[in-house]
Design a protein around this ligand. Structure first.
Ligand code: MN
Ligand code: MN
Length: 319
């Protein structure tokens, strides 16, 4: 934790929320503070998508939607996050739009820099490919992680049209690269048809347990979160939220929407119940503003960014 009084967001009672700074939640920029605990970092890359593009515009759209937030006090988590931790907006990684491996290296470098400064990174995507850059940096610093993965899709396929680093294959790569800590990871919100039944067998062998969207109704929020928490076995958690875990009614602006998803209220409840001390990094991905309406999807992602940083503010010490 920072030992100075954190520099907070622009005060919404003095400067209206639609005015002033364009950073996430109108937080200070990283170059305005001497140290920080949590940093939001844009990864505007969508060169790994298999269907609708547009997630390269996610970071700027999430920041714009984050103007809706009243960040001073979060009653759902009983915390004034930005008075407890120094949170900053670290800007965007200048992702190469023509070279997936180069973009992943740039994201890895950007996240590594934040980790080296003692901060916890929250990546704003970008398509889900960016998570591989984040995971590589995080595992190098913290060791293999428990991945808590909210998504309609497994993202553990092998390759697509000969490409093996895409938004649907990153978590198989993460397993192969030794970034995941054995049988401790979970997918939450999975639904929809698969390319093959064997996909599920492969997925289980990488250390994942699947919580399907329908399980939320059958088992309830508390039981599901208990299971996900216990399964992590105290490993450091990398939290990855693909916005398409939400039903298209709550997140239309995304690359590969699937019917029958979570409500935004369910997702907020699940995220708020995760263990604050274990979360070392997070990403929010697959917001595609050109397919959005009335900022619905960007607002969902902005609110989740706020809830994740609130969780991090509740942690007892440095990650
Ligand atoms: Mn997905
Ligand atoms: Mn995904």
């Amino acid at each position: 934790m920072t030992d100075q009084t954190p520099l907070g967001p622009v005060d919404g009672t003095k400067v209206p929320r639609f005015a002033g700074s364009a950073t996430f939640a109108r937080l200070p920029r990283i170059d305005e503070v001497s140290s920080f605990d949590v940093a939001l970092l844009g990864a505007p890359f969508d060169g790994g998508v298999s269907f609708r593009p547009g997630a390269r515009f996610g970071p700027s759209s999430i920041r714009q939607a984050s103007r809706h937030l009243r960040p001073a006090y979060n009653p759902a988590q009983d915390v004034s996050p930005y008075a407890v931790i120094q949170a900053v907006d670290a800007g965007d990684v200048p992702c190469n739009p023509f070279d997936i491996d180069h973009a992943l290296q740039q994201i890895d470098d950007g996240v590594s820099e934040l980790l080296a400064a003692g901060g916890r990174p929250v990546l704003l995507g970008g398509d889900h490919t960016i998570a591989l850059g984040g995971l590589r940096a995080v595992a190098r610093r913290h060791g293999p992680v428990a991945l808590v993965h909210f998504d309609a899709h497994l993202d553990t396929w092998n390759s697509y049209f000969g490409a093996d680093r895409t938004h649907g294959t990153i978590f198989r790569r993460a397993h192969e690269e030794g970034l995941l800590a054995g049988a401790v990871s979970s997918h939450v919100g999975i639904r929809g048809p698969l390319y093959a039944a064997h996909d599920l067998v492969d997925d289980a062998s990488f250390g994942f347990e699947i919580v399907r969207a329908l399980d939320i109704d059958r088992r309830g929020i508390d039981e599901i979160v208990d299971g996900v928490r216990r399964r992590t076995n105290d490993a450091p958690i990398y939290l990855s939220i693909d916005i398409d875990v939400l039903d298209p009614a709550f997140a239309p602006g995304t690359g590969t929407p699937e019917m029958g998803g979570l409500t935004s209220r369910e997702l907020l409840a699940l995220v708020r119940a995760l263990p604050p001390d274990q979360i070392v990094a997070a990403d929010l991905v697959e917001v595609s503003p050109p397919y959005d309406h009335a900022e619905i999807t960007s607002l969902a992602a902005a609110t989740l960014g706020y809830e994740i940083t609130s969780l991090m503010a509740r942690a007892r010490g440095d990650a």
